[in-house]
Design a protein around this ligand. Sequence first.
Ligand SMILES: [Zn+2]
Length: 206
Amino acid sequence: MKIFKFNNLHIVHTEKEDGNQRLKENRKRVLNNFNFDDVFIPIQKHTNTVVKYMDFQSEADGLFTDKRNVPVGVLTADCMPIVLFDRKVLSVLHAGWRGLFSGIIQNSLKNHNTERTVAYILPSIRVCCYQVDERFIQNLNISKDFYSKNESGIYLSLQNVAKSILKENGICKIYEVPVCTACSDRLYSYRKGDFENRILTFAWFE
Ligand SMILES: [Zn+2]
């Protein structure tokens, strides 16, 4: 696992060596390192819905908390985990293209003081590997700024889409872990065949 600490904010993402985080026993092993018994994870459906941590048993792709030492997380394998923190409210989002283009970031920011919000983009599939087709670009009317085209195809940068949405909504402080899940041997990737296995990304503040 990789552990990041920004003042009183903690962010952790697991790696293959931590096992498939869909399984509760594997999550428990990870969480025990930080003296947590469990982590709040929503029922992820590629929606743009963000709910408070205690409503984690509903279909949503983001959770937020205003309480200290309440870990909130998402499961991914190529989709983009995004953490937002403004010193009082912490959100964790599962953002694939569906969530991004349907406004999950904008929905989440309604819960935040945007002047103080810092965003963190965690490992996800990047422009090196995220191949899409011409129709996808046309259907979503995606700007040229967000994809690159070469002889082998069209490649989308989910991270650049997210950064653009964040900036448009007044979030200037954006940190990014520039690791591609499909390139890395240490991370699960749906596109590389990990259909069942998931990375857990979770965060809490003290
Ligand atoms: Zn890659």
